[in-house]
Structures are given as C-alpha cells and as structure tokens.
Design a protein around this ligand. Sequence first.
Ligand code: HEM
Length: 404
Amino acid sequence: MTSPHDVLLRLLSPEGRTAPYRHYRELVEHWPVLPITPQRLLVTGYRECADVLVNPKLFPVPDRHYADRLWPTWYTVPSTDLLYRSLLFRNAPDNQPARRLIARFFAPDQVERMRPMITRHAGAGTAPFGEGDGLVDAARSFTTIPDSVMGELLGLPRHDGERVAGWLDRFLERNEMHPPDKALAAAEEASSHLVDHITNTVLAKRGSEAPLVRSLREHSQIDERDLVSNLVFLLGAGTATTASLLGSGLRQLAAHNDLLPGLRDDDALLRSFVLEALRYDPPVQYGVRVAAQDTELAGVPVARDSVVLVCFGALGRDPGRFGDPDSFVADRFLTPDTGPRDVLSFGLGAHRCAGAELGLVTAEVAFRQLALRVDAIREAEQPQRQARAVVRRHTRLVVDVTRR
Ligand code: HEM
C-alpha cells in the first residue's frame, strides 16, 4: 500500500490540485484523520469533519487573537489584515451581529424576493446559448452570472465588473495553501485596489447605499475598516464559489444530456441536481480550524494550536456516508435516505455559509434557463480550471450547443 505521505505529495502536485478526488478517496478510506506535521492535520472523513465543524469551542476558526500569539506581525500584511477582519476569521461572540444580519438578508424568503433580479442576470448569462448552434465559452458568460448578482446586491458600478472580478481572483490567492511569492505579491496589490474601490464606490454613496450595506453600516457594530473587509469577503465568497458550482454542474450536464428535459420542469430534480453538483465537486475544498486545547480526533492526538484542515472536497466522497460516491447521481437527493442536510459543501454549524440559499437559487435559475435554451450540449475541448487547492474557478469552458 502507498504511504499517506505519497498520497499527500500527489494531492498537492499541480495534477492533484486539478484532479484531487482519486487522492481524497484514498485518504478517506485509510487515513480519515491524518497528521501531516506535528502541528497540522488533514481531516477527510465525513463524520470526522462534521465532529470538528460542530464543535467551535474546541475547534474555533483561526482569528486575530490566535494570529497575535503565533504570527504577531500578521497585521502588517494588508491582505491578511483584510481577511482577519472578515466574518470567516472571527469567533463568537465577536462575529455575531454581522453574521446575524447577513444570514437574515440571505434567508430563504429574502432570496425568493431576489428571484426576478437573479433571473434577469441568468438570462443575460445564458443568452449566448440561445443565439445559434455552435461553440460557446461558458467561462465568459454562464459562470460569471454570480458576479452580476453580487455586484447588484452590493451596489457596485456595473461597468467595473471585470476589473473587480480580476482583483478578487488575485486576492483569493491569500486564502490558498502555500501560494507562490508572486501570487502573494499580486494578492497584496489586489487587496489594496479592492479596499479603495469599495470605499470610493459602494461606501461613498452614504445615504443611498445598497440595503445590505446600509444595514451592516447601521446595525452590525463594526467599524468602517471591518465593514470594507466584510464587503470584500462577501464579494469573494459569493462569486468565485457560485461560479465554480455553475462550471462543474455544466460539465455534468454536458456529460448527461438526458437530464435536460427534467431540469426544464421538475423543481425537485433541479434542486437535487444542484445539490449533487455541490457534493460531487464542492466549490470550497477546504475549511480551516485550530485546536483550542490538547485533544484528540477519532483517536488521533491533536496538540493545542494545531491547524486542522477540514476537507469538504473529500468528505462528499466518503463511502461510509454516500453510496457509490464517485458517480454523479442527479436524483440522489430525491431518495429517502439522503437529504439536503447531508451536503456539507456549505459547511456546518457556527460558520455555515450565510449565503447558501442565494448560491442554490442562482444555480437553479441558471441551469433551468440553460436547459430551456438548448437541446444538446457537449464539451468541445478540455476545460481549463485554476490549479488551486481551495477555490478553483474554470477559466475556459468551451461547449458545443444545439439550440432548442
Ligand atoms: C455555491 C456557492 C457557495 C458555496 C459552495 C459556499 C461555501 C461556503 C463554505 C464551505 C463556507 C464555510 C467555510 C468554513 O466553515 O470554513 C462558507 C461561508 C460563508 N459564505 Fe459561502 N458559499 C457559497 C455562496 C455564498 C454566497 C452567494 C454568499 C454571499 C451572498 C456567501 C457568503 C458566505 C459567508 C458570509 C460565509 C462566512 C460565514 C461565517 O463564517 O460566519 N457564500 N461558504
């Protein structure tokens, strides 16, 4: 049998980042909790990941207090400062007012009210599929639908969309595992552009801000710098993730054209298809926690301050939780023994995605519109995707379509 070390090396290679699932499966089956170094563990088993996520007292997120002890100069790095001010890197009770507001803003009934706006942007993003038979680069239209949705929700000027998407993309390198120095330098530059841009556009409209921005400004008890960080974070969290979901769902659809008729009129199948795309290829592959004290996880000792990597990408392939986990089964979530709650691709517990419903509904609306426009769709060339470990967006996704 190969050693866990070999599997890790393969997983972190450029090939492994692009196609990690074979390696995850090996880890899930043999080493669901794997010490990588004395202070770092990789958790891939479904139950073991859930145990970490539902216990935020024992396994909090690394916040600025943690960073103060282990990396006291963190705040001199602007992009890190930006990240540590956001919701994802704050523990209760520090994160509560802002988290509650954001979660309320994206609650299911609120997202339902956004449906006409989402439909408008999905209509524009799917328009190239209805313009005639032939090739369409979905990475240029379809997967950028969330950029317009989030841009409108935050009140970003429309013409700046592409520039902002580029900055966000470079900024997200800061959240990657072992990014090269060049990428870190680009993340620094991008973070300062983002801060300036949000300050000079979104926040400059004092009195006529977008409702979410005003509500955060007036009621979240956070200062202006924290507000900017949370807005940058929301933009990143809401766009790259949903775009990744649209890309991987589209690829499944291209491989299973028989699903098209069902996606046009069967709401339950549509939701199951989207949930399965989330399980099969989660847009966020890893979450980070730290150990608040010496403890153990599934019998493996965990030293205080260890970094615990929760692998969302792997847990969905755990055969102990999902039958035939390496197959894409569009109606998996219509069966009685598997429900939406089993999908952990939005996280679980104290930090579960605050925008999950928006991500789901955006994907549903986009796939329905696509299915209504095309009769057949197939990949025309090998898709290109960022060789990243945490959030991997498609950069080129050319499909050959036959219009309806
Ligand atoms: C398919 C789309 C999406 C996926 C797969 C996704 C996934 C995730 C995951 C896995 C987490 C938790 C990370 C952890 O526990 O370490 C998270 C957190 C978060 N997401 Fe999403 N997300 C999506 C869309 C969105 C959207 C559209 C928004 C905003 C409108 C959003 C806002 C957030 C926020 C604010 C958090 C932080 C919550 C907290 O720490 O309290 N996400 N997301």
